[in-house]
Each structure stands twice: as C-alpha cells, then as structure tokens.
Design a protein around this ligand. Structure first.
Ligand SMILES: Cc1ncc(C[n+]2csc(CCOP(=O)(O)OP(=O)(O)O)c2C)c(N)n1
Ligand code: SF4
Length: 530
C-alpha cells in the first residue's frame, strides 16, 4: 500500500491493476485515453502480464473484455461517451448475458464538449441496460471504485459502469492504494448456456436481471459512496452526484449547513432519498451531465409538495460542465471573480500542426475539386476535421466516426456526383471498412481519400490498427486496383497529387486515394525516444 499522486484516469488504471485485472481493452478517446496509456506504461502491468493493446474500435474492445470475463478473468473496457454508442450492442446485451470474471466498463463523459461532438450522459445508458453505475467524486474514490468494481461485478454477475467526467479524468490528487489482489484463474461459466442469447435463454436471463434490481437499489442504500449528512438547516436539501459533491464542498470549507445526500452509486438509493425528503421538501440537485437524477426525483416520490430545482428549472444551466461558481450561484452565495484574462493573450483557435500531411492533402483535393464546385466533401473525425476551419474550409460534414464514406455514398445515391470522403487511417479501421463495402457492392461514384498518417493523431498518437493493412483491406473488399492509388502529401508532389485525385473524381465508380505521410508529431516523438 502506498501513496501516489495520480490523474483520475490513472487512479482508475492503478485501482484496476491492484484489483487483479487481467486485461484492459480500449479505443482512444478524450477524456478516457490516459487509463489505457497508464496500464501500457506500468511495470506492474508488464510484470503481471496484463493485456493492454488498443482495439480497432469500442465495440471490438467491449466484446474482447466480455470474452476475457467469460473466461473467468477480470477485464476493464474504456472509452469516451460517444464510444459507447459504437459499443451499445454488446453493452446492452452484456447486461443480459451477465459476466464471469468481474467486468468494469469505464466510460468518460465530456460535458461542455471540450473534445467531442456531443455531451451525452452515460448514466442514461446504464439505466437503459439496468446495470449499476459508480461515479467518483474525487481521485481516491476513482481508485476505490475501480478496485472494488470488479468484486461488485462478480457478486451480482453483472458488468458495472464506472462513469467519470472530464475534470475527474484530468485532474490530479493524492490517493492511497489498497493491497494487491491476485488475478482470477481461467474458469468457464458454470452455466454453459449463460452467454447464448437465444430468445428462450435471453428471456430467462432478462427476468433475472429485472429481479436483481431491488437488490442493486439496496446496495446503493448501503454503499460507502452514498451517504446522507444533516447540516441542520432544513430550508434546503442537496443531492450532489459525482464530482458535483466536490464542487459543493469547495463552497463550504466549514461544512455544508444543509442536509446533503452524496451519490456515487446508482441505481438511486431509494431509502436515502426518502430520508432526505423527510428532512426537507426543497431539493437542489447538482449533477454533471443531463438532469437525470432531477427528472427521476420528480417521478420518484408520490409527493406533490416536493420542490426540486436544478438544471431543468434554470437554477443551473441545462448544458455544459458544472463548476464551483455555478454551484455557488445556485445556492445564492457570492460568486468569486477571478482576475480578467490579460489582453495580450491572443485567442488561438485549434489548427493542424505546421507541416502536417493533411494540409498538403487538402491543398491537392481543393484544387482537384475546383471544376465541380463546393459542398461535396464528407469528412470523418480526426486531425483532418480541422480542415473545416479557415483557410481551408475544405469539408462539409463531421458527424461520427465512419460517417464520411457512408454519407458520401448516400449523397452520390442522391445524385451529388462526384462525392468525396476524407477519412483517417485509424477511423478507417474503426468504422470505415463496412461503409467501403457498401460503396463497392453498389459501385457508388465516390472518391475516398484515406489520409494515412500512420497513427491515431488526434488523441495523442496511439498505435493505429490500420498501419500496414490499408491497401490489402481495400483490395480484399473489392476496390478495383486501377482505382486504388497511394500519394505522398508533400508540396513537391502537389501537381502529381492533384492529377491523381482529379482523375479519380472523374471515375464513375469507387476510387480510393491513400495519402500517406507520417504525423510529424509521432515521427518526432519516435526520434526523441530513440
Ligand atoms: C466513437 C468515437 N471514438 C473515439 C473518438 C475520439 N477520436 C476522435 S478522432 C480519433 C482518431 C482519429 O484518428 P485518425 O482517423 O487516424 O486521424 P488523425 O487524428 O490521426 O488525423 C479518435 C480516436 C470519437 N470522436 N468517437
Ligand atoms: S498531430 Fe499529427 S496529424 Fe495531427 S495535426 Fe499535428 S501533424 Fe497533423
């Protein structure tokens, strides 16, 4: 047992390692990436033979973790909130199969959309799947919840969600570790049909899941992560979930004068909520993300005199991250004014690095597209999405990972010919391959630019599953070799590259142009490491 100063993400990783986790599966995504990176760099993980390779996407990661759990070992799967949309199929069904070895799904939400397309709240997904959620209020709890999450998962034979948000993931504090546990031995499920979701089996297992719900609620009532403290002043009661509890405490260094129900474990603790509402009928809900507790509370008690405030009535903003000042304003406390931002600090919008290969790719594409006019380039998600901004203004969509090829295909089906997709290498293997197959099957007149920088650049340069495979994948899917090209995005090849892309824009079928040059950040990191 030792003291360590760790990011919330790192505390989760260390907690999982100390709990005897045998494997971690993940696809990178802010703010979850550091969990797997920590395991990959950990000597303890190496010595214990913990599996920690990046997966091709969140669905494959989730399924691999479920497979490890099937074999009796403890597994964690990590992703950002939108990754859970990709993994939703195995996620929902794993609640029905249940688990063998303990399985913790760590989902990192990004309220305020610091690096995301939306700010969906993963607690909804857990409620949808009917599985328990642990939500830490500080780094020690992040460690403890990861550590204890596996045994909790094993106790009920269910996956457990560990939900964190950006500030929890990316802020650092001291934690105390617990004693290390051994990894589980390899062990097959006692019921050989547990994981066979044929309807006759699934119906029985779903019933079992429903029957477990009262026990899960009573676990929440007894959980060390949920507690009610009575501050004495019953004019108001506060429910503070996850990190919002920390924000509340920051506003009251001498102690909160009101009754406070801290929530770190779901489903909601019914008895504790009833105890709180017996003390006061005025409840303020502080929660990071959607007003899920607030909404549930309104329907929770058959009590019309209960007044619930929070994000729904405007006491707190409906969207965006909470912070101690917003909590202070909701409580009618004076809001601290920080010093103004110095005028010499220039606003710096995000941009691609100088010398990035995506820039040369866009210069060539924009020139080749000139004869056709604007509005026909469907992008994906990666560093190249920054091509949406001036001076490029090069792309017309960015919706979700993989949507570039499929949207270009749909637009071509509608008559927008040629249509262009721009996709990165990691995104191509994440979820672009199946879209390419649709396009090949229907001979869609689209040009796909795979901007291959041989890394997962946007999330910090993790290994890309695509490296070394892209041409073979395209040919295997059925792309005509005459319409598969590799170009090098460098100024000196500009005219040549324009000619290749222009030639393919004129082709009335599927074309793939792989524009390949290593990310300069990854290349210089490699040099430094050497
Ligand atoms: C479903 C989902 N998972 C993860 C992410 C986070 N994410 C955004 S871009 C990206 C990787 C892009 O890599 P690549 O396509 O190779 O482009 P690069 O950034 O290297 O240019 C990731 C992992 C996301 N936005 N959505
Ligand atoms: S990190 Fe790499 S891929 Fe991303 S903008 Fe910089 S050079 Fe380009």
């Amino acid at each position: 047992m030792e003291k360590m100063v760790l990011l919330g993400d790192e505390a989760i990783a260390q907690g999982a390692l100390d709990a005897g986790m045998s494997g971690i599966y993940a696809y990178p995504g802010t703010p979850s990436t550091e969990i797997t990176e920590y395991v990959q760099a950990s000597r303890q993980a190496q010595a214990d033979g913990v599996h920690s390779e990046w997966s091709a996407n969140e669905k494959t990661a989730y399924e691999a973790a479920l497979g490890m759990s099937y074999a009796g070992k403890r597994a964690m799967v990590c992703m950002k909130h939108v990754g859970l949309n990709v993994a939703a199929d195995p996620f929902m069904n794993s609640a029905i199969t249940g688990v063998g070895g303990g399985m913790v799904a760590t989902i990192a939400d990004d309220p305020s959309m610091h690096s995301s397309q939306n700010e969906q709240d993963s607690r909804f997904f857990a409620r949808f799947a009917l599985i328990p959620v642990l939500e830490p209020s500080n780094q020690q709890e992040a460690y403890d919840m990861a550590y204890n999450g596996f045994s909790f998962s094993e106790k009920y034979g269910l996956p457990v969600m560990l939900r964190v948000t950006t500030r929890m993931s990316h802020s650092r504090a001291m934690i105390q570790t617990a004693s290390r546990r051994e990894q589980n031995p390899l062990q097959l499920p006692a019921d050989a049909r547990q994981f066979v979701l044929l309807p006759s089996i699934a119906r029985v297992r779903y019933r079992k899941l429903l029957d477990l719900q009262p026990q899960l609620e009573s676990e929440s009532d007894r959980s060390p992560y949920n507690h009610l403290t009575d501050g004495g002043n019953h004019k108001l009661g506060i429910i503070a979930c996850g990190i919002a509890h920390n924000y509340l405490l920051e506003n009251f260094p001498e102690g909160v004068p009101y009754p406070v129900l801290k929530i770190g474990q779901y489903p909601l603790p019914g008895q504790l909520i009833r105890k709180l509402t017996a003390l006061t009928q005025n409840i303020l809900v502080l929660e990071e993300g959607y007003p899920i507790v607030e909404e549930m509370l309104k329907g929770f008690l058959d009590n019309s005199s209960l007044k619930v405030t929070g994000r729904l009535d405007g006491t707190l903003p409906r969207d965006g991250e909470l912070n101690p000042d917003l909590v202070a304003a909701a409580l009618g406390l004076p809001v601290r004014q920080g010093p103004p931002v110095p005028t010499f600090l220039a606003n710096r919008p995000p941009s691609m690095c100088k010398g990035c290969g995506h820039i040369d790719t866009y210069h060539a594409l924009l020139e080749a597209l000139k004869p056709y006019g604007e509005g026909r380039t469907f992008s994906d998600i990666g560093c190249y999405t920054l091509g949406a901004l001036p001076p490029f203004d090069a792309i017309n969509s960015c919706v979700d990972m993989g949507a570039s090829i499929t949207m270009a295909k749909g637009a071509a089906d509608a008559g927008l010919v040629p249509s262009v997709a721009v996709i990165g290498d990691s995104t191509f293997t994440h979820s672009g391959i199946t879209g390419l197959l649709d396009a090949v099957n229907e001979k869609s007149p689209i040009t796909i630019i795979i901007s291959d920088n041989e890394t997962t650049g946007m999330t910090g340069g993790q290994k890309s599953s695509a490296t070394g495979h892209i041409e073979k994948i395209c040919l295997g899917i059925g792309v005509d070799p005459e319409h598969l090209h590799i170009i090098i995005p460098l100024k000196k090849y500009h005219e040549q590259n324009v000619a290749v892309i222009a030639g393919e824009l004129a082709h009335p079928g599927v074309s793939v142009v792989i524009s390949r040059r290593e990310c300069i950040q990854t290349a210089s990191k490699k040099k430094r490491n050497q």
